[in-house]
Write a protein that binds this ligand. Structure first.
Ligand SMILES: [Zn+2]
Length: 64
């Protein structure tokens, strides 16, 4: 799975605020994602992140 900083991803599970789209802030060993509903930032290991991603909604990488 190819995920870049700035991508908007849809997760399989909703965040407690009810939103299931997140913006990617950092990639690497751990992913840092920011909830698009409430702005809460979450860190999670790459493997866990890739498992819980349903799909990539927008990819900013194509603009560069
Ligand atoms: Zn949220």
């Amino acid at each position: 799975m190819d995920i870049n900083v700035g991508d908007v991803i849809q997760m399989k599970k909703n965040h407690p605020c009810g939103c299931n789209t997140f913006t990617v802030r950092r990639v690497g060993m751990d992913f840092k994602i920011c909830c698009n509903g409430c702005g809460h930032e979450v860190m999670l290991p790459r493997k866990a992140a890739e498992k819980s991603i349903k799909k990539i909604i927008t990819s900013d990488g194509e603009n560069n």
